[in-house]
Design a protein. Structure first.
Length: 270
């Protein structure tokens, strides 16, 4: 099954993920962990996706910590579904869209317990104080349920929930990286470190978590500024109206080329 976790504010973004799954994997169950929303907000999505199920939860809103709390929400349904499901569980961030059938990713889970995009050379101190806040990109987490992955998912969820409940920091700015460090990726890697000898782990191939939008990739991830990329914008519009998407693609073709040139120049400087 597929899974995502959002609050009402980001449901409009998540609709494109759900639409893309309905188009390219209609037979795969989709579990929506939805915080502080209502059934009328998902009525249309239920009509679009034949196998959508919605878990409504209500949380008191802590405005100062809400962004961090929602970034960590994924661990709850991941742990629950890994423990109760008898099928593979694939978590997807709400700013993701499927571009084609994900059959290859499910085949990977026939041979491996856990797939996450690994960046072994990236060092970033997280709020917990370890250098592992950027080792994993948690936008896609693919799990084959078994006793080892159930224990792994429980460790991830329990340690992170205890940290949050203790009022400890969820996000910290890292001036040296010009970015925020989050506990969700840090605790994910720490759980992996604890259980790695019991897991058949494989680094997730880039085609299943691609923020550079290669045409051949299965999963595009519109994280951060990449969400404004012309190709990603066209792909989202195509889920609403292929005709309008075609017109937008023509209009954005020069902009797309300029975007690629600027991006290449920045990569060369770095």
């Amino acid at each position: 099954m597929f899974l995502t976790a959002v609050d009402d504010k980001y449901l409009d973004e998540a609709q494109y993920l759900i639409k893309s799954c309905a188009r390219h994997a209609p037979d795969v169950r989709f579990h929506l962990f939805l915080v502080n929303s209502s059934e009328d907000r998902v009525a249309n999505l239920r009509r679009i996706h034949p196998k959508l199920d919605v878990q409504h939860v209500s949380w008191p809103r802590d405005a100062a910590r809400w962004r961090g709390i929602m970034c960590c929400a994924r661990s709850i349904p991941i742990a629950e579904l890994t423990a109760t499901s008898h099928e593979p569980v694939i978590y997807l961030d709400s700013d993701i869209i499927l571009r084609k059938s994900p059959v290859g990713l499910f085949k990977e889970l026939e041979q491996h317990d856990l797939l996450i995009r690994l960046r072994p050379n990236m060092t970033q101190i997280g709020p917990v104080g370890t250098p592992h806040a950027a080792k994993f990109n948690s936008g896609v987490i693919a799990i084959r349920p078994n006793p080892s992955t159930i224990a792994f998912a429980e460790e991830y969820n329990n340690t992170m929930r205890a940290w949050i409940d203790a009022g400890k920091p969820i996000i910290e700015w890292r001036e040296e990286d010009k970015t925020d460090a989050y506990i969700d990726q840090e605790f994910l890697y720490l759980a992996y470190e604890k259980f790695k000898d019991r897991l058949k782990f494989k680094p997730l191939p880039d085609e299943y978590n691609d923020a550079k939008f290669h045409p051949e990739s299965t999963i595009w991830h519109g994280k951060g500024r990449a969400r404004r990329h012309p190709a990603y914008r066209v792909a989202k519009m195509n889920l609403d109206s292929p005709f309008k998407a075609g017109l937008l693609a023509c209009a954005l073709s020069p902009l797309s080329l300029a975007y690629k040139v600027v991006r290449a120049a920045k990569q060369e400087r770095n």
